[in-house]
Each structure stands twice: as C-alpha cells, then as structure tokens.
Design a protein around this ligand. Structure first.
Ligand code: AMP
Length: 595
C-alpha cells in the first residue's frame, strides 16, 4: 500500500500520490485494520508484545479478529511505560524489545511541549513516511498554487547535533534525522523544487550562522524562489526579525560576493562562498527596498523580495498561532498555508485543503502510517477532578467510529514499536476526507496554568493573551513579540504571572488595562471563583527587556533543543528560564480586576 514510485515529471508523481491517498482514504477503516495487522506481523515476537499476547498464534487470524484481540489484550500506555524498553535500546540491547526492524536511530522529541526530552525509536519507516507526507501535501498544494519545476525553496531549516547514547545508538531530533537522510534529497528530486541552502548550512549546528546564510542565499536566488517554509512558523518569524538587524551586512555580501565574519564555521563558509558571486545590481536593489521597508516596519517584506513566491508554508496551528499576525505582516497578502500534523512518535495527518487560512486548517489522517485509536475526551465538571488534566477519558474507538464534533486524544500504535501510546494532544474531528477523519488541532492535553481548582490549557492562555495584546495594538500601536507564563504558588495566595516582550513604547495606563483585561478574560470557572474569593491573587504582568525571548531560545538550544522543532514554552516552572525572565523584567503590573 505504498504510493507508486515514478521517476520523471513531478506532475505525474503528484497525480499518482494523490490517487494513492484518495484510494486509501476512501476505505480508511479497512486500511487501518490491515495496517495494524502489518505492524503486528512485522513486530511479532518482540518482548513487549509477548508480555500481553503470550503464546497466542496470530498467523491465520483474520485482520478484524486480530484488531479486537489486540485492543482487548494490550493496555493503553504512555511514554513512561515504554521508556524502560527504550532505555535498554539506548544502552545497546539489540534483542527485539519493541520492534524487529533495525533501530538505527533514536529521535528526541522537542521537550519544550512536555518539559523534558523523550527518546523515541526511528526506523526506515519513519523516514519513508516523512517523505510520503511531504510529497502528498506538496501535491495538494501544487493543485491550488502551482509552482515552477526546477524552482527553489527558501527553507529555514536546521539540524541539531546528533549524539551517541551509552550503547552507541545515534540520537537526535526527528527533523535532524530527516534532513540528513536520503529521503530529504529524494523529496527535492520528486517535487522538482530545490532548497536554496546547501547541507553545510542546514546542519551547521549554529542557528544564527545558519539563519544568516539561509537569508543570504534566499536573496541571492530571489527570482527563483517558489515558496518560503520552515517546520514551525516561529523559525520564519525569528529569521525575518534577524533580517531587520543584519540586512546591511547581507547586502554587502551580495554586492561583493563575500561572506560576513560572523560566519565562522569553515565548512559553512566554504559551501556558501562556492555558491555566491558578486552581484552589485541585485545588492543595490535589495538595499533600496530595505530602506523603504524599514520605514514601513517591514510590512510585505516577503512579497517585495521574493516576487515569484506563491505562498508561505509552515505549521501555524496550535502553539504557533500567536506568530500568525507577524507572519501575515511580513507576507503582505501572500497566502499562508498551514503544514501537516505529526509528532516524533508518528506522522498523523496532511493538510489537503491548502487554500484554507491557517485558522481553519485541518489534517486528514493518513491510515497507512500507524494504527490510530481515538480516545473521546469530555470536559470535566467545573471544580472536581485532578488538576493534571481537565478531561474525562472514554474508551478509545477505531478510526472508522469517530464522530464529527467530538474531541479526542490520539492513541498510537506505530511501526517503530509504540503500542497504544497516548499522544497527549486534544484534536477535534471536523469532518471527513472520503472515509478518513479531518482533525482540528485544539491544544496539548496537559494543563499549563493551575494553582488549585483552576484549570487552563495552552489554548486558554493563548486566548487571554490575544485579548490583552489587542489593546497593545489598538491603543499604543505596539507589538507583542512573544510571551510565556508561570503559576506562582510559593507566595500566598498563589497567582499567575504572564511575561510579555513588547516592541514599541507603551504607557503604564495601557499596560494596566492589558493586565486587567487578561485577568478578566480567563473564563475557567475555577479561576473566576478563586479570584473572586481571593484564593488566587491578582494577575501579574511582567514586561521583559527586548531580546529576552531570544535568550530563552538560546538557553534551550544550549541544552540540546533544535530550532526546527522549537516551541516557546507557554508556561514554565523551569528554574533556568525563570531566572532569565526575572532578571529581564523591567516592569511589573498587577491586575485591578476583581478588586
Ligand atoms: P514533538 O514533541 O517535538 O514531537 O512535537 C509534537 C507535538 O507538536 C504534537 O504532539 C503537537 O502537540 C505539536 N504539533 C505538531 N504538529 C502540529 C500542527 N500541525 N499543529 C499544531 N501542533 C502541532
């Protein structure tokens, strides 16, 4: 059930891969049952499965009976349940523990969503599905926004360092494994669109030097660029913020065919210098545009410099939504297309409606990638239940039984050896593409702001911050650069702190209004009751110095995170981070709501 592998025109390939997906999505339920069978057959006899299946023989069992047997014998799990096995693999145990496929690599999840990095097996299947989903999404995009064969992509992508575990297994982020793989090259060949930057820039290991070179080469090839992309939208915004600072140096390099001293990595220097050559007329054109754009706060920067680009493509949903406004500002009317949904554990769904704005993006589940179950989630009655999570779970259902309008967590059984593992995301089924569900990403399940009976998810905080920051724009024409928060419970009563980095001058009165507005905008009943009775104190808004969130990014990168997978933590109790935040706070404002 693999898409046909055709050499030749990208149009034929697109036609084939869409045909393949239309076919498997039509009979998605049946394909899922078969996918589970394949996973179990391939991994039959591994220690984890033996524990639950014992001596049962599945050889002659029909796929539907096997599906029922599997879900009745194998319990739901979390990453913590599988961690002892993964640790043994990392320590060099080569016995078939989770999968019989060779585990050549281990992937690190970003760790900024869960607070801590997790290791997940990465096999040939992982790289293959990455290529498939990228090619599939590219084919759907190309129907709406056709690109020119042989064109270029300005990709803000970054490999992080790979390292060896105690047992000698190579570990790194999943995106790093992909950029280093053959599949990354194959994707360019198949889609006939080539990245502007050479491998030495992508895998340089210093994100600031890589960003500079991505920008320089993107401008050098500006007329050929068909679209602009990154894994998460944050990286594009971060790159253009950097451009606002370094554009003069970039113009100078284009003019003379040189490379700024800030690029100190010899391999990166050599690779970039072998591509560029002096181009004074292009440099002066860019310089002129920059002077003009600088006076207009860089609005429409993308369309100005890349006149042939058709769209901007990146993950713009979930925790990336706060960057949409800035991205639109830079994009100047160019369509923004939200990229696919997946995790280090498995890819899940592709955006097959690229014409929709990111706010409406959904992801059609690809039923051959993994076996997906959907665990219905119901919002809890206001004050009861644990403070870890705001949801009541119901029995997981197979893909064929999901209902439109229902919220679910996703339970993954993967070719890489995860069995009924809860992902910890909240998604809503918004409809179907043929027979496969389309998912809207709501948020991570984990609560981020909670002190006692109050419960707020990342999405709740995002909405509150959006309301507060609207005042920034309307009353002070200032801009929110980034934000995070902390639930302070060491002092009594505990209270929430929201940290804002702002670009522009804003008076105390406006900040006071923003703070009050945010405090009053938390709609969670537990918070409203606690604030009214003062068992939670007034919301504190801390304004941090310009550049603080860059420091935070560097702090994470210094601790092994990769820029390609970086998501600013929207709430933190990490000491290092809190130290940076409190050391950078220049103003504190307390809410007068509820007083
Ligand atoms: P990681 O832990 O680095 O593997 O990141 C995976 C997580 O990123 C997922 O579980 C989601 O919470 C989030 N994520 C991935 N793709 C998307 C997307 N398209 N929209 C929103 N969130 C996403």
């Amino acid at each position: 059930m693999e898409p046909k592998n055709i050499n030749g025109s990208s149009r034929i390939y697109e036609h084939d891969i869409i045909g393949w997906f239309e076919d498997i999505s039509e009979k998605a339920g049946q394909v899922q049952t078969e996918t589970l069978r394949r996973i179990l057959e391939l991994n039959w006899g591994v220690e984890y499965l033996n524990k639950w299946f014992g001596n049962i023989n599945i050889q002659d069992m029909d796929a539907t009976a096997l599906e029922s047997l599997y879900t009745s014998l194998v319990p739901l799990s979390s990453h913590a349940d599988l961690e002892p096995y993964i640790s043994r693999i990392a320590d060099g145990d080569t016995a078939p523990l989770l999968t019989r496929q060779p585990i050549k690599l281990l992937s690190l999840s970003s760790g900024t969503t869960e607070g801590r990095q997790k290791l997940v097996p990465f096999t040939d299947h992982s790289a293959r599905t990455t290529l498939q989903i990228f090619s599939l999404a590219a084919a759907y995009r190309s129907r709406v926004y056709p690109t020119r064969e042989g064109g270029r992509i300005l990709e803000f992508i970054y490999s992080s360092k790979q390292f060896k575990t105690k047992g000698g297994v190579t570990a790194g982020t999943a995106t790093t494994h992909y950029y280093e793989s053959e599949e990354f090259k194959i994707k360019q060949e198949k889609t006939k669109c080539f990245t502007c930057s050479p491998q030495e820039v992508i895998s340089g290991g210093d994100y600031r030097q890589s960003t500079y070179c991505h920008l320089l080469l993107g401008l050098f090839f500006c007329d050929q660029v068909e679209f602009i992309t990154s894994t998460f939208a944050f990286s594009i915004v971060q790159a253009f913020r950097e451009f606002e600072v370094v554009w003069r140096e970039i113009c100078d390099d284009i003019k003379k065919g040189t490379l700024s001293e800030r690029i100190s990595l010899p391999k990166m220097r050599k690779a970039v210098l072998s591509i560029i050559s002096p181009n004074p007329s292009l440099a002066s054109k860019i310089e002129e545009s920059c002077e003009e754009l600088e006076n207009q706060n860089w609005v429409g920067l993308i369309t100005k410099f890349w006149p042939n680009s058709k769209y901007v493509y990146s993950i713009m949903t979930g925790s990336m939504q706060p960057y949409l406004q800035k991205l639109r500002h830079y994009a100047g009317g160019l369509p923004l297309v939200s990229a696919d949904y997946g995790s280090t554990e498995s890819w899940i769904g592709a955006n097959v409606d690229p014409y929709l704005p990111p706010e409406d993006a959904t992801f059609a589940v690809i039923p051959t990638f993994s076996y997906y179950e959907f665990m219905p989630l119901y919002r809890q009655n206001q004050d009861c239940g644990s403070a870890i999570d705001d949801f009541i779970e119901d029995e997981p259902v197979p893909l064929s039984k999901v209902k439109e309008g229902q919220e679910y967590d996703i339970v993954l059984t993967t070719f890489t050896g995860l069995y009924r593992c809860k992902l910890g995301d909240v998604v809503e089924v918004t409809g179907f593409h043929n027979g496969t569900p389309k998912l809207n990403f709501i948020c991570r399940r984990k609560l981020i702001l909670t002190i006692n009976i109050d419960k707020n998810t990342e999405k709740d905080l995002q909405m509150v911050v959006e309301k507060g920051s609207q005042l920034l724009v309307s009353k002070a024409r200032a801009e929110l650069v980034d934000f995070t928060s902390h639930a302070e419970s060491e002092t009594q009563p505990g209270h929430y702190i929201i940290y804002w980095e702002i670009k522009g001058d804003v008076g105390e009165d406006v900040l006071g209004e923003c703070c009050r507005k945010m405090d009053a905008s938390f709609v969670d009943h537990g918070y409203v009751v606690s604030r009214s009775t003062n068992s939670i104190g007034p919301l504190e808004l801390c304004i941090v110095k310009i550049g603080t969130f860059k420091k935070i990014l560097e702090y994470f990168i210094g601790n092994g995170a990769a820029l390609s997978q970086f998501k600013t933590p929207r709430c933190t109790s990490n000491h290092g981070l809190l130290k940076i935040l409190s050391g950078s706070t220049i103003k504190r404002i307390y809410s007068t709501a509820y007083s």
